[in-house]
Unconditional design. Structure first.
Length: 125
């Protein structure tokens, strides 16, 4: 059984937008924006919905960068993560109940304070 997830990394110039998780899984870590694909949604629709819920951003050029699959010992579930870059967006991020967004230049990305999936996701953009 596969669980379909999304991960979106907004990029503007030489900066990436990350969100500090304020609650739930990954709390206290920097992440991209994304989550579960709901029934009836395309992967792209889920990516934009999660991006808006977590950062307030609703527009832009969504570019698929890759797909990662994770499996764990003693668990039959496979996590399939669709990774996207977001370019050419006009809206500024806002803080939400779930995330506090912050811009980082490429050489300032706090890899040691990012979740594992996020670190692997950077390989695809």
């Amino acid at each position: 059984m596969k669980k379909i997830l999304t991960l979106c990394i907004p990029i503007k110039g030489n900066k990436v937008l990350l969100g500090m998780k304020k609650r739930g899984f990954g709390c206290g870590r920097w992440n991209g924006f994304g989550g579960k694909v709901e029934e009836g949604e395309t992967i792209e629709q889920a990516t934009i919905r999660e991006l808006e819920e977590e950062s307030g951003i609703r527009d832009g050029n969504l570019i698929k960068s890759g797909i990662l699959e994770f499996s764990f010992e003693n668990d039959k579930k496979i996590l399939q993560v669709h990774i996207f870059r977001l370019l050419d967006f006009s809206e500024e991020p806002v803080e939400t109940e779930e995330m506090r967004a912050q811009w980082f230049s490429f050489d300032e990305i706090p890899f040691l304070r990012c979740g594992l999936m996020m670190n692997i996701g950077f390989l695809y953009y």
